[in-house]
Design a protein around this ligand. Structure first.
Ligand SMILES: [Zn+2]
Length: 265
């Protein structure tokens, strides 16, 4: 995806597949909530998610947005291709100068460390401070996150509001899915694109307000955040991608009568 002079590359790590009802629930009245959205499901009712991240080169910076799920292969998650995908962009781990996490769930930080060693040795790591506290440094950390992320502590630069982290790359606090979830705005001149992290898992959540992600830490706040984003983006022609959209593809949210529409680029 080209944004002015910048280019956003998907960095594929793998995929996940689960019953759609394990991921999203519909709080509206419709009997079969997926009926208008069958294009997003497989025939057996499963939903398939991409795993990975995005890469932006800006000035002399090589910036990763999220770092995949890591080497994982179980009934649901299949990751492990991230470094090969980077190599296909002619980049090795040494080339990465910045890693920005949309949030700290395991499927976004998989390649931050491997066996306790930082994977991108020259990189500065960034996430919202509220996520660092929630998952790692606060009173009730998650053991897996502590193990995975503690080696980053001395090269972490947490942010606590909306801020520009590299030329053309701005983080916006978008809490609810996790306390420190962030949306990444990539902008150059009058053009911009948005990376939504897990504020949205599937475009249906932008099309209708009544969807909730089962894993949202604060469902009510997540819903307010999502609704505000959808209102801002509908009809704007701004390209949007999220961390798990199929193929890590971009699309646009179109204004419709009664219901918004989604169109992949
Ligand atoms: Zn995720």
């Amino acid at each position: 995806m080209r944004v002015g002079a910048l280019e956003i590359h998907p960095v594929h790590d793998g995929w996940a597949r689960m019953p759609a009802t394990d991921l999203l629930r519909f709080t509206g009245g419709r009997d079969d909530p997926w009926l208008p959205h069958e294009e997003f499901l497989e025939a057996d009712g499963n939903i398939r998610l991409s795993l990975g991240g995005f890469l932006v080169r800006t000035g002399d910076r090589v910036v990763l947005i999220d770092a995949g799920a890591g080497r994982i292969d179980n009934d649901v998650y299949h990751g492990g291709q991230f470094l090969e995908s980077l190599a296909a962009l002619d980049l090795g781990p040494d080339d990465v100068t910045d890693v920005v996490f949309t949030h700290l769930h395991f499927d976004h930080v998989g390649w931050s460390t491997q066996q306790g060693t930082v994977v991108f040795p020259r990189a500065t790591f960034r996430c919202h401070g509220e996520d660092w506290d929630h998952f790692v440094a606060g009173p009730n950390p998650e053991a897996g996150s502590v193990r995975k992320l503690s080696p980053l502590a001395d090269r972490l630069e947490p942010f606590d509001g909306d801020t520009t982290v590299a030329p053309g790359i701005t983080v916006r606090h978008a809490p609810g899915h996790t306390p420190g979830s962030a949306v990444i705005v990539v902008a150059d001149g009058t053009e911009r694109a948005l990376l939504l992290g897990d504020v949205v898992h599937c475009p249906v959540e932008l099309m209708e307000n009544e969807w909730e992600a089962v894993v949202d830490v604060d469902p009510a706040l997540a819903r307010r955040t999502r609704e505000a984003l959808a209102k801002e983006l509908e009809g704007s022609d701004v390209p949007i991608a999220a961390a798990h959209f199929p193929g890590l593809r971009f699309g646009r949210l179109l204004a419709g009568t009664g219901q918004r529409h989604w169109s992949f680029d």
